[in-house]
Design a protein around this ligand. Structure first.
Ligand SMILES: Cc1cc2nc3c(=O)[nH]c(=O)nc-3n(C[C@H](O)[C@H](O)[C@H](O)COP(=O)(O)OP(=O)(O)OC[C@H]3O[C@@H](n4cnc5c(N)ncnc54)[C@H](O)[C@@H]3O)c2cc1C
Length: 267
């Protein structure tokens, strides 16, 4: 066993100050990734700074053109929010497919994005919708936030506060889940934005984590139908390959999931 100090700060300033004074601090949200990592001895923080109860990271706000979600909002809250179901149903449906009920009631959108697992679901929506991520220091565009496997633009001690999603005119998410973990083997979020742009975010499949599939976006612009993707193939180069599936298998899955998402978005 090793000792870990647990802190429950009252606000963001205290959280950052506790983090700064720790020998090796880590923020804790729902613990759905961090605690298993600690159990496996892959992380041994001297101090855990619990963000899960901070009011500044809670809450869902919906306007006519934006959905803003606090970083400590759980997947179950996103899935169950009647406001999000009305404004951005593809996002509540995505949240409802994450893991199992335990994971959805403890895991948070902020923890998921800060962790940037290449098979996590939210990054596909954040990138496809061109969301804005607000931190204790600044605002970041989705394109600048994700920086490769398990890597984000967050700096040491910086806290993700909330995520704002522009409301698209149409959107849907289709995911092929790993049957054991429920993480995405391939997950594709397709959105037609209010200005007519079509954006496609892909998770679970790319070697560098979440990415936009430009060839699909070009084919779907002006023709948001599954048939528009028929002539295209995804290059297996750059796809993840592991015991769950080869690169060629994942490349095919990306196209199949994209067609399902387009059918759902345009139906
Ligand atoms: C069995 C299982 C199945 C799962 N299936 C899926 C799935 O199908 N799809 C999917 O997308 N995910 C899945 N997950 C992951 C789940 O979605 C969690 O949300 C994710 O692991 C993050 O957990 P958490 O919010 O509890 O964050 P924690 O584990 O507490 O923290 C994760 C990391 O983020 C940092 N962090 C947390 N909050 C902030 C913040 N506000 N600012 C800065 N840094 C922060 C922490 O320091 C830590 O490094 C699964 C997890 C498990 C255990």
């Amino acid at each position: 066993m090793y000792e870990t100090n647990y802190h429950r700060p009252k606000d963001l300033a205290e959280a950052q100050s506790l983090f700064a004074s720790a020998a090796e601090g880590r923020y804790l949200a729902g613990g759905m990734t961090l605690l298993p990592t600690m159990k496996q001895r892959l992380a041994a923080p001297s101090d855990l700074v619990d963000l899960g109860r901070l009011e500044a990271l809670k809450g869902i706000a919906v306007t006519t053109d934006t959905v803003t979600i606090g970083a400590a909002v759980t997947h179950a809250e996103v899935a169950g929010s009647s406001e999000i179901q009305a404004a951005l149903p593809a996002l509540s449906a995505l949240a409802g497919q994450i893991g199992d009920p335990h994971v959805r009631h403890r895991g948070t959108i902020g923890g998921s994005l800060a962790n940037n697992d290449p098979a996590a679901d939210y990054p596909a929506a954040v990138l496809a919708l061109g969301a804005t991520l607000r931190t204790t220091q600044r605002e970041l565009a989705a394109e600048d936030f994700f920086q490769g496997l398990f890597t984000t633009a967050l700096e040491e001690g910086e806290i993700l506060v909330s995520v704002s999603f522009p409301i698209p005119s149409r959107a849907a998410y289709a995911k092929f889940p790993n049957p054991a973990s429920r993480y995405a083997m391939a997950g594709v979020f397709v959105a037609r934005m209010q200005d007519g742009d079509v954006r496609v975010g892909v998770t679970g499949a790319g070697q560098d984590g979440v990415y936009r599939e430009a060839s699909f976006e070009a084919a779907l612009a002006g023709n948001l139908t599954p048939a528009a993707l028929d002539p295209l193939t995804v290059d297996p180069d750059g796809m993840l390959a592991d015991l769950h599936g080869s690169a060629a298998y994942r490349a095919n899955l990306v196209k199949v999931m994209a067609k399902r998402a387009v059918a759902a978005a345009s139906g």
